[in-house]
Write a protein that binds this ligand. Structure first.
Ligand code: FMN
Length: 187
């Protein structure tokens, strides 16, 4: 499949079939993340692949966190969006959850986050290319330290996660801004 087709066809997938992608396929996808560019070639990513009970425990941590802040005002103060609960339910029914960690380094927060963005997009596009669906997840952020401790990586920062599996839905493309509204030519 061409890159353009993978870019055009990729969607955020929130319903997955129960079938689990093979280790070989998952490693192929992670390898494409590994090949992403990174600032100063720091390659600031570390992947933990969660399945079964441990994956459900991660989702439950998010649900419990979200319950703690069910008061609307309190939720807004803590910056815990209402999407945390639905995202946790997506994690529960996806066969695979890739946790993307970053080594804590205050001097490299912006660069490393940009690099991880490139890495995750490579992962999502390769998943699409191989006939899988993915969901890039930031809602793990609110319970990140607890999730990191659960998987014994409390020394690192949980940057984001990716739910992965075979899609059980075909969402339409979500709206995008027109090129003319986001591009300016000068000189
Ligand atoms: C950095 C980032 C974080 C995201 N976090 C979440 C999330 O936590 N939960 C969720 O359901 N979708 C999440 N999404 C998916 C976006 O909602 C989605 O990409 C957007 O609505 C466009 O839809 P599309 O991916 O199908 O084109 C995230 C996407 C990105 C790029």
């Amino acid at each position: 499949m061409e890159v353009l087709k993978a870019i055009e066809d990729r969607r955020s997938i929130r319903m997955f079939k129960v079938d689990e992608p093979s280790k070989e396929i998952i490693e192929d996808i992670l390898n494409c993340g590994r090949l992403a560019p990174s600032a100063k070639n720091r390659q600031p990513w570390y992947f933990v692949i969660a399945k079964n009970d441990i994956k459900d425990k991660i989702a439950n941590i998010m649900i419990n966190y979200s319950k703690k802040v069910d008061d609307k005002e309190e939720r807004a103060k803590l910056g815990c969006p209402s999407s945390v609960n639905p995202t946790a339910n997506v994690i529960k029914q996806a066969p695979i959850l890739i946790l993307v960690f970053r080594e804590k380094d205050d001097n490299w927060i912006v660069e490393d986050n940009l690099s991880i963005g490139a890495c995750v997009e490579n992962i999502c596009l390769r998943a699409q290319d191989l006939g899988l669906g993915s969901l890039w997840i930031r809602d793990t952020f609110y319970a990140a330290p607890e999730i990191a401790d659960l998987v014994k990586h409390g020394n690192m920062e949980l940057n984001c996660a990716i739910a992965l599996g075979y899609a059980n839905q075909s969402p339409k493309q979500r709206p995008r801004k027109d090129l003319k509204d986001i591009v300016e030519w000068i000189g």
